[in-house]
Design a protein around this ligand. Structure first.
Ligand code: FAD
Length: 462
């Protein structure tokens, strides 16, 4: 009887405990389900769909090299799993765990019927260094502050990554009907806007391992400085590979070695932020739709489209065009615009610039962080259900261990400090300094004062 390994956010053959378990049984079949039907599952954005297409192509090839077939099916996961296990006469079902509430509900349902149907079912830890329910404060609660969280998590020793399984354990019998990847239309056509993504990235685990190796051999030693500089290749650019599980956090962790420089320690703590975001998401399934600090429900952010009804900064009417200008990188503030253009072109934005662009949206334009979060969700190749909303809430001040609202980034000061020669700006805004470059759409000083006023007003209401 074949064993099914159900791939989800773990599109790799190395360090994959679920795959390992299926192979150990002797006859493995791989399955990926494009589930846009189960309740509460957030559909992928455009850039993520592009990445997923190429990642599945790469995974199919890596599995084929091991002699393991990959079945693709679209539909609600519970029905697909039932049909596929029946059609194959499978004896076992394995997967690596996922941590969103809707996903966990789906998985729990499948686990219970599969168990009743006599299948052997097992799930594994693979996508996070720690299980969110295992890390608790001394009083048994959830960590809300990063530093003690990471102190606790990083004190553990994490398991070594598992090797790629040996060849010769793939299922060779007849396969049930399955989908062709092309029929999912994950890549855009008419218009095909994905040229910049293709130019910027090679999805897949093999490419991820190369990026990791070259970062460890190169950029890592200067990461503590380099990570803040959008004009250099100072950060790892591993985020999409981690997002899609083409690399496991265990692989990245162990690639840093045991004797760590200061830079390697800082880099490891960024992996910690990823863990912390998932910790928050696990405990707050509505992270993308509800302020973690409920007092922010009173903040008069504008939702363009409902301008006038849902409040604005006193004195500043946020126009729907302002959201568009921000999205397209036409605000007249080069640090914001360069970032947004980098995002639109390549599906990725430097972390420092993400913070600046996000702060500008929520504080200077007075637009709700959820609209920014949704834009990033649609345009980032690393769009992550936990890291994206958690970081938006961090910038907005409404999150756990957040940047205080009154700390407002000045995009001009940030530009001078982190792009001192103007290389980043020149690259993304060729018309900068010419009359073709847009005028500033708001005044920084007055919008800053309005934001602080609105914040004060929010705090004064009891
Ligand atoms: P590096 O600096 O090399 O960091 C290494 C890894 O650590 C990253 O690949 C990532 O997995 C993790 N990491 C680093 N910083 C953070 C962080 N602040 N939060 C969580 N994980 C982190 N990251 C995403 O992966 N997906 C998102 O959807 C996402 N949305 C963001 C939205 C906003 C508004 C902001 C301010 C940040 C967001 N981040 C997100 C975090 C961060 O910007 C990216 O992880 C980072 O820019 C990726 O580049 P890198 O791989 O070169 O990072």
């Amino acid at each position: 009887k074949p064993s099914i390994v159900w791939f989800r956010d773990d599109l790799r053959v190395a360090d994959n405990p679920a795959l390992r378990a299926a192979v150990d049984d002797g006859s493995a079949v791989a399955l990926y389900v494009l589930d846009e039907e189960s309740p509460g599952i957030r559909p992928h954005g455009g850039a993520a769909r592009w990445w997923l297409h190429h990642s599945l192509t790469a995974l199919g090839e890596d599995l084929a090299a091991l002699g393991i077939p990959l079945l693709l099916r679209r539909g609600d996961a519970a029905s697909v799993l039932r049909k596929t296990t029946t059609a194959l006469g499978a004896g076992a079902l394995y997967w690596n765990r996922r941590y969103g509430a809707a996903e966990r509900t789906v998985d729990a349902g499948i686990k219970s019927w599969a168990g009743e149907a006599g299948l052997h079912v097992a799930s594994f830890q693979a996508s996070l260094l720690h299980e969110p329910w295992e890390v608790t404060t001394k009083t048994g609660g959830q960590y809300k502050v990063f530093t003690p969280f990471w102190r606790t998590v990083s004190a553990q020793d994490f398991r070594e990554p598992l090797a790629v399984p040996e060849k010769g354990h793939g299922f060779t019998g007849a396969l049930p009907a399955h989908d062709q990847l092309e029929s999912w239309h994950l890549v855009p056509s008419k218009p095909d806007w994905s040229g910049g993504l293709a130019e910027s990235w090679t999805p897949g685990s093999a490419a991820g391992h190369k990026v990791l190796a070259s970062f460890v051999a190169g950029g890592l030693s200067n990461y503590s400085e380099g990570r803040n500089r959008p004009d250099t290749e100072g950060s790892s650019r591993l985020s999409p590979y981690l997002r899609w599980g083409e690399l496991s956090p265990f692989e990245v962790w162990h690639a840093l070695g045991s004797k760590r420089s200061e830079s390697a320690g800082i880099f490891a703590s960024e992996l910690g932020w990823r863990e912390f975001c998932w910790h928050q998401y696990f405990h707050n399934p509505n992270l993308a739709t509800a302020n973690l600090r409920p007092e922010f429900d009173r903040f008069p952010w504008a939702w363009p489209g409902s301008a006038g009804s849902n409040g604005q900064h006193p004195g500043h009417e946020t126009a729907p065009e302002e959201l568009r200008a921000w999205q397209m990188g036409n605000t007249g503030f080069p640090m914001v615009d360069a970032g947004q253009r980098q995002l639109w072109h390549s599906g990725w934005m430097h972390n420092r610039v993400r913070m600046v662009a996000a702060s500008f949206l929520v504080k200077n334009l007075g637009i709700h962080w959820q609209l920014g979060e949704q834009w990033f969700w649609d345009t980032l190749v690393d769009a992550d259900p936990a890291s994206n909303p958690a970081n938006w809430q961090w910038v907005a001040g409404s999150g756990a261990d957040a940047s205080p609202f009154f700390r407002i980034f000045n995009p001009e000061a940030q530009r001078v400090k982190f792009d001192p020669q103007g290389k980043y700006i020149a690259h993304w805004i060729p018309e900068f300094g010419t009359p073709d470059y847009p005028e500033e759409i708001v005044d920084l000083k007055t919008t800053r004062a309005e934001a602080l006023e609105a914040y004060k007003g929010m705090r004064e209401v009891h």
